[in-house]
Design a protein around this ligand. Structure first.
Ligand SMILES: Cc1cc2nc3c(=O)[nH]c(=O)nc-3n(C[C@H](O)[C@H](O)[C@H](O)COP(=O)(O)OP(=O)(O)OC[C@H]3O[C@@H](n4cnc5c(N)ncnc54)[C@H](O)[C@@H]3O)c2cc1C
Length: 405
């Protein structure tokens, strides 16, 4: 029960981190429960994330399960006197075929697990961790079933209430939003034409992301009381309100999948790595589901920790030592802070109803619509920050495709 690296958490960020780290040839343990298959969310994954998945050997699964996104349209539905212009960002204008792929969380986790089970240097332990103890040269991870696993580096991918984060003594900053998101998928008679549409509404955005050729994933942000009421409606009543909000955009609404409500909140860990623990995914940062940034950020964590461990191996450094974790922290700091700040600003710009704020928001959209270079810059940086390019997010990374022998 002694490994080089132990990844705690079997969500998409943890599984991707384990696969990325496995490419170093080190022995990896992944600890977490089996998926319950009940996640109603889809994840729009942008170019860097799709490249990572391809380099981890999931290209075929992504193409089979993921629906391409060619354009992102923003529609002002604030109901104000000064309506901001509708803006459509297309992949073509930044010389890309597509922005990315939208994949169901259930399908993504299944594909990552299947790939992981093919890797001879990853051991999956389906259990919960009850304690993590950090010593000078290793960390000890106690499983609910009793045994203790040791490793030189722990990757804490155990979500927002991360036990690994607490064990490493990493402080967090948290904040709340008076908003919840309803997430589900539904079929429709009209074509989405690969366009993801975001209605900007006073309670928050309402987004429709292509899920299959004739279905879309819905992320509907509302005041928590309204979201709870909407989620509790019977299917027919929900269909009526959904149709009202869609304004005929996707034709007739067909089958509506199970709905789940996600209260919105924010969290950021003060360090991404310390005391033999590197945090990835929501253990390190939680942001509202606006602009599809959360898991894209988590996958950049996964690819970055793999870079740091690879560099440590090249120089003979301790893979869980302070210098490696400090390098990981530096590598992730600006990207995480910038996304948290920009998503928070965008969300709050919808919630503040004062005319000057709304005028500024409208002006911003107007400038983005009319100034080509600025729009192209916003698209590129929105999809993937230019200053973060871990090796596994670069096309055709050396060990692409095959799990390590
Ligand atoms: C409505 C909505 C829509 C979204 N849409 C997008 C999108 O389009 N694009 C995008 O990029 N992001 C999106 N996100 C964000 C994205 O869903 C999350 O970032 C992602 O699911 C987080 O994955 P994770 O692996 O970090 O955490 P989780 O999925 O929470 O995984 C944590 C794992 O750790 C395990 N765990 C916890 N404690 C323990 C323990 N003690 N021992 C062992 N295991 C443990 C849990 O069982 C779980 O498997 C959306 C979020 C919401 C709410």
């Amino acid at each position: 029960m002694s490994y080089d690296i132990c990844t705690v958490g079997t969500g998409p960020a943890g599984l991707a981190a384990a696969l990325a780290l496995a490419q170093t040839g080190l022995r990896i343990a992944v600890i977490g429960p089996a998926p319950n298959g009940q996640d109603t969310r889809t994840a729009a994954l942008f170019a860097g994330s799709v490249t990572l998945l391809e380099n981890l050997g999931l290209g075929e699964a992504c193409r089979a399960d993921g629906e391409p996104i060619f354009a992102i349209r923003v529609i002002d539905d604030m109901g104000g006197l000064l309506r901001a212009p509708e803006v459509t960002f297309t992949a073509q204008e930044v010389e890309r075929e597509l922005f990315g792929l939208n994949i169901s969380n259930v399908g993504l986790v299944r594909a990552l697990r299947e790939r992981m089970l093919q890797s001879s240097n990853i051991t999956l332990i389906e259990d919960n961790v009850t304690a993590v103890t950090v010593a000078d040269d290793h960390a000890a991870i106690t499983l609910a079933a009793g045994p203790v696993v040791t490793a030189r580096l722990v990757v804490g991918a155990d979500g927002r209430n991360s036990l690994c984060r607490q064990a490493a003594g990493i402080d967090i900053k948290t904040w709340g939003y008076d908003q919840s998101a309803i997430a589900c998928t539904f079929t429709h008679s009209g074509k989405h034409r690969g366009i993801s549409t975001e209605f900007h509404r006073p309670a928050g955005p309402m987004t429709f992301v292509p899920a299959t050729p004739n279905s879309s994933g819905l992320v509907w942000v509302e005041h928590p009381t309204v979201a709870a009421e909407m989620a509790a409606l019977d299917t027919e009543a929900f269909r009526v309100v959904l149709a009202e909000r869609l304004q005929g955009l996707l034709g007739d609404i067909g089958k509506i999948g199970p709905r789940a409500v996600f209260p919105l909140s924010g969290l950021v860990a003060k360090d991404a790595g310390r005391s033999r623990v590197a945090l990835v995914g929501e253990a390190a940062h939680v942001i509202p589901p606006i602009g599809a940034q959360g898991l894209n950020l988590g996958l950049r964590d996964a690819a970055s920790i793999a870079d740091c461990v690879t560099d440590a191996l090249a120089t003979g450094a301790d893979i869980g030592g302070d210098s490696v974790l400090a390098a990981y922290g530096r590598m992730r700091h600006t990207d995480i802070s910038a996304r948290i700040w920009s998503i928070d600003l965008l969300n709050r710009s919808l919630l503040v109803q004062s005319p000057p704020v709304q005028a500024l928001r409208g002006l911003g959209l107007h400038i983005l619509k009319s100034v080509g270079p600025l729009r192209r810059f916003a698209i590129r940086e929105g999809l993937h920050p230019s200053f973060v390019m871990p090796r596994l997010m670069q096309p055709h990374a050396a060990s692409a495709g095959s799990p390590h022998p």
